[in-house]
Design a protein around this ligand. Sequence first.
Ligand code: NAD
Length: 360
Amino acid sequence: MEIIREMREHDYEQVVFCSHKSSGLRAIIVIHDTTLGPAIGGTRMWPYKTEEEAITDGLRLARGMTYKCAAAGLNLGGGKAVIIGDPRKDKSEGLFRAFGRFVDTLGGRFITGEDVGITLEDVDLIGSETRWVGGSSESSGDPGPVTAYGVWHGLKACAKAAFGDDSLKGLTIAIQGAGNVGYHLAKHLNQEGANLIISDIFPDKVERAEQEFGAKAVEPEEIYKVPCDIFAPCALGAIINDDTIPQLKCKVVAGSANNQLKEDKHGAALEDRGILYAPDFIINAGGVINVADGLYGYNRERAMKKAQGIYDILLRVFEISKQDKIPTNNAALKLAEERIELIAQLSARIRKGPGKGLIL
Ligand code: NAD
């Protein structure tokens, strides 16, 4: 793999390789774009089969964070870190503290937190070596409930666009995955009076949703074909693909899962079937909004209010999609890229004051 060539293609700023023999640390930190501010992105721990696989994942995820932050109106850029290792076997105090020291060497260009394979306790260990962590237990904590709150408001925006009314009362909503986000989303939806259908690979999670919210359970592979108003993917990526799109019997796809479209073309394929798609990096931004809030002295109410703003951002995306006659996933990218471009132009023209904003 020619790494610098890959970086050039999508304008990555920096890739840092980290190694510490005695703790076994092998990590890669990717900074995609810091036009809007320091790069933020969780650290993922995964048993990647090859270094190339880890680099590719880090690059892809960092770029996604740039767009997510830009569209959410945050003054943060996009980054991501990956640690090569098995989260069930390879964790140690030394590994996370060594990683924390590498994060610290970047002097605040990169701020990290939880992602797949990383717990709050791991973040706290990283944070014992650097102040450049978000979402530690001392700060904003678990972002899941705020992500779910943002998704709930995103669903309301979708209902407004698709059915002319943002009330979810009486609508049938099928949720894939009753984990952290799926559970909290189901709670909001149940309180609003929606009818729920739920699937998970773990029966205890399904039973909890059945008991607490009167949700109807279906087998994991059945969830795509249940007749419903909204299908909310809250488990895996790449589940909107050539196989699943023909099965869907919904009017809207809107949920928390990252990278829901297997390929870009599947955004257009949903549109062709008359299904409104809420771009994932717009609707699931509540998590990063929550972590970002913690960087300024955490205020839960302020974070929730900002996550509620996903409603208006989504409506704007749908408007761009209509005006420009482009699928909603492309409209979301356009919205994010325009904001980055705007701030880049400001930075090029107006000299910044000493950390107190712009001098006009
Ligand atoms: P989680 O691990 O708590 O929940 C995921 C659930 O999906 C689990 O209960 C799992 O058993 C279930 N699942 C796995 N495979 C499934 C399948 N084939 N069918 C049905 N269920 C299946 O994770 P989470 O924190 O709730 O995140 C859910 C999704 O939202 C992920 O894609 C995550 O990347 C994304 N996301 C989460 C946050 C956050 O703040 N937690 C923020 C942004 C995006």
